[in-house]
Design a protein around this ligand. Structure first.
Ligand SMILES: [Fe+2]
Length: 289
């Protein structure tokens, strides 16, 4: 082997001006060197979501790749985990709820960010494609930093200091939720977690709209249904085509989403007789402010 052979540099191709980049030429089966990691990390912060393409990874290799980005945290839903890998959860259209019926996954089909009911939600959500339908089932990511900046000033001023109260599932969304989640929420005595509606990115200092409608019991000062209507209206005003993209998956893609400046949603526009099977890892984040 020629030890002087130059390793391939990462190739970065932007998806859109405001959001997304596809990165090839990165071998995730071994640790990235410092220079490669910085290139990848900078691309992540700039483009708010990146796809590292072309790696066939075992769960252990995927977890090792993820750990380079920070301390991992458990998915709060402990029902669907990879055997022997409690920090990797399984996203699948074949999940069953504990009553044996197909699990409801509708709450992931709307724009959201993950685990807002926790004091320190994940800064990065990572998804790795194991098995895919022939077409559809893409994951959409929106740059909520640029979406916020593009709002009229009067709306930005109105929302910038708003706070949300977050629970595992909001009362307004219980009817459409997985019964296992509803049961946990109804038994919970934990007070809602107060989060900013517009959060400041701890590394870049930029502001982003940031919420999970299904977990928002109320915007402080509003009633629950009024809150749902207000947040839906805010999504309509802020999410514009130039700010989001749908990642059309290839097996072996590792999507990394910077949750501090994005919202995302899963796509269910595929043949449900086929299997959409992703592995999710969460990287612990700071207390949002
Ligand atoms: Fe999510």
């Amino acid at each position: 082997m020629n030890v002087l052979a130059k390793k391939p540099a990462p190739q970065i191709e932007k998806v859109k001006d405001h959001v997304g980049a596809i990165i090839t030429g990165v071998d995730l089966t071994k640790p990235m060197d410092a220079e490669t990691f910085k290139t990848v990390y900078d691309a992540l912060l700039e483009n708010v979501a990146i796809v590292i393409r072309g790696n066939v990874l075992t769960p252990a290799q995927y977890q090792a790749a993820a750990e380079q980005f920070g301390e991992l945290m458990e998915d709060q839903n402990r029902m669907y985990l990879v055997d022997g890998h409690p920090l990797i959860s399984v996203l699948s259209n074949r999940h069953k709820a504990s009553d044996g019926k197909p699990a409801k996954i509708a709450n992931n089909a709307t724009w959201h960010t993950d685990h807002t009911n926790q004091e320190c939600p994940p800064k990065f959500t990572m998804l790795y494609a194991v098995e895919l339908p022939d077409t559809g089932g893409g994951t959409a990511v929106c740059n909520m930093r640029d979406a916020y900046e593009a709002l009229p000033e009067d709306i930005r001023e109105k929302i910038v200091d708003m706070k949300t109260e977050n629970t595992l599932i909001s009362s307004a969304r219980m009817a459409s939720a997985n019964p296992d989640i509803v049961k946990v929420q109804k038994a919970s005595t934990k007070p809602p977690t107060v989060q900013p509606l517009v959060r400041t990115h701890p590394e870049t200092g930029t502001k982003s709209i940031w919420f999970h409608k299904s977990k928002t019991e109320r915007v402080i000062g509003m009633e629950p249904q009024e809150t749902q209507d207000f947040l839906e209206d805010l999504l309509e005003k802020s999410i514009k085509p130039e700010f989001h993209f749908v990642h059309e998956w290839q097996v072996g893609d590792m999507l990394i989403i910077d949750n501090r400046s994005t919202m995302h949603k899963a796509g269910f526009d595929f043949d449900k007789s086929q299997h959409r099977h992703l592995h999710r890892i969460l990287v612990r984040g700071d207390r949002p402010s």
